[in-house]
Write a protein that binds this ligand. Structure first.
Ligand SMILES: [Zn+2]
Length: 84
C-alpha cells in the first residue's frame, strides 16, 4: 500500500456551514418521511390486508377500532405478521 491517501474534508468540532446543500438537508430532515411501499419483512410480499381490532357496533354499523396492516401472504400460511 502506498501512503497516498485520498484527501478527506472532515470538519471537526464545528457545525456544518450553512451552504445551500446543508440548508436543503435541514429542510429534508424537517419534512415528514416520504411515502414508501409497505413490504413484508418476513416474506417480501407487498400484498397486505387491513384488519381492525376492537370495533364497535353502533347505530347499525361497525366503526372505530384499531387498524392494522397484515401481510396477506403470511396470513395465508397461518402466520400473523403485522406490518404497521
Ligand atoms: Zn409476509
Amino acid at each position: 500500500m502506498s501512503d497516498q491517501k485520498p484527501k478527506l474534508h472532515v470538519i471537526e468540532g464545528t457545525p456544518a456551514p450553512e451552504t445551500p446543500v446543508e440548508q436543503a438537508r435541514k429542510r429534508i430532515r424537517a419534512m415528514p418521511k416520504p411515502a414508501s411501499m409497505i413490504q413484508c419483512g418476513r416474506c417480501g410480499s407487498r400484498e397486505v390486508i387491513e384488519t381492525k381490532i376492537g370495533m364497535m357496533y353502533k347505530n347499525g354499523k361497525a366503526q372505530g377500532g384499531t387498524k392494522q396492516i397484515l401481510c396477506a401472504s403470511c396470513l395465508m400460511r397461518g402466520e400473523r405478521v403485522v406490518l404497521c
